[in-house]
Design a protein around this ligand. Structure first.
Ligand code: 5AD
Length: 347
């Protein structure tokens, strides 16, 4: 097992069988070694800096009906909201004052989030905060929409692939959603020039080790700039609500592996990890993650963006909680970086 870890650390790739044995039979010694290498690689690229991104959840309306997600269309118990441009800009202002230099607009696939509305909004943000990066996480859109948003000033886009395995993807989504279209969107985003983020949940019902190996191989091939990996957390008002949460340990192992595979990637220690325990989020950083995305949404809507139950949005997960966050990071030898933190390639 240790030999596999050594190989991954030095060659940055393994074959399918290598990833499968690593994930399936990683004992404590191998895990510690994996973590040591992942932390070293992150240190050598980023020092002890952890980038922060201010997350603004712009709308929890969603046309989709993903079986795992709490804000799926058929969940009638969600109190739906959409932020106005003024609310979004005021969240940016608040965030800028707190030191954020990246704003992430995340939302469900809301029909009201048209290009006609988003393009001027992104332009305004870009004009007001020329020293900030604008990241979008608004789901599947057309090529022309992505291009217009890019031209308006957005430079990063997060679109988790959710499952490299088409069969698993189809188990997690209704037939109205297509694995092909998701892959096409990710390719288009990359081709337009966005710093592009992919990723998946760990421990989602029906997911096997082989599915995760497929995820790793896909990311090895597509080399995303950002990779978001978090444990699945059930939401009782969804079809998958009675399944257990994903494993923190397996999530941490995957973060380590992705760090070794893509040394300069921006990897968040996700809110889902933090929601299971604040300890787990710090462990994510110790496993090579180098981004944290505190919540900048107006506090009265934060509870309504429950993609899973118990989603953390206050304390160190809140933009106002940067002090707590920086203290927690300091305890493990890391510090918040207030830089914009664009992706820089290795070569
Ligand atoms: N548990 C964990 N993560 C979830 N996501 C959606 N629902 C859940 C859940 N129940 C993730 C998806 C999506 C991202 C915004 O949140 O991977 O892409």
């Amino acid at each position: 097992m240790d030999a596999l870890v050594e190989r991954l650390a030095h060659e940055h790739v393994l074959d399918a069988q290598g990833y499968a044995s690593l994930l399936a039979s990683c004992d404590e010694t191998a895990f510690n070694l994996l973590q040591k290498y992942a932390a070293e690689v992150a240190q050598s690229h980023f020092g002890s800096r952890v980038y922060i991104r201010g997350l603004i959840e712009v709308s929890n309306y969603c046309r989709n009906n993903c079986y795992y997600c709490g804000i799926r269309r058929d969940n009638r118990e969600v109190s739906r909201y959409r932020l106005t441009d003024e609310q979004i800009l005021s969240a940016c202002e608040n965030g800028y004052r707190l030191g954020f230099r990246t704003f992430v607009l995340q939302g469900g696939e809301d029909a009201h989030l048209t290009d006609e509305r988003l393009v001027p909004l992104v332009e305004t943000m870009h004009r007001r905060y020329p020293d900030c990066a604008i990241t979008l996480s608004l789901g599947e859109r057309s090529h022309s929409s992505y291009k217009r948003l890019y031209d308006a000033g957005a430079s990063r886009y997060l679109l988790r692939h959710e499952a490299a395995s088409r069969q698993l993807y189809e188990q997690l989504h209704p037939v109205s959603m297509s694995w092909h279209n998701r892959m096409k969107c990710i390719e288009e985003l990359q081709q337009i020039g966005f710093q592009t983020g992919m990723g998946m949940m760990v421990g989602v019902p029906g997911q096997s080790i082989d599915h995760l190996v497929e995820d790793l191989l896909l990311m090895q091939q597509m080399r995303p700039h950002m990779v978001g990996i978090g444990p699945f957390i059930p939401h009782s008002l969804t079809p998958l609500g009675h399944h257990p949460a994903g494993s923190v340990r397996l999530t941490l192992m995957l973060i380590c592996i992705v760090r070794l595979m893509l040394p300069s990637a921006l990897i968040p220690s996700t809110t889902a990890l933090a929601s299971l325990s604040s300890q787990a989020q710090l462990q994510g950083i110790q496993c090579g993650a180098n981004v944290i995305m505190p919540n900048l949404s107006p506090s009265d809507v934060r509870d309504s963006y429950q993609i899973y139950e118990g989603k953390a949005a206050f304390g160190s997960e809140a933009a106002e909680g940067l002090l707590i966050l920086s203290e927690r990071l300091a305890e493990i030898g890391y510090e918040i970086s207030y830089e914009k933190g664009d992706y820089k390639s290795d070569n």
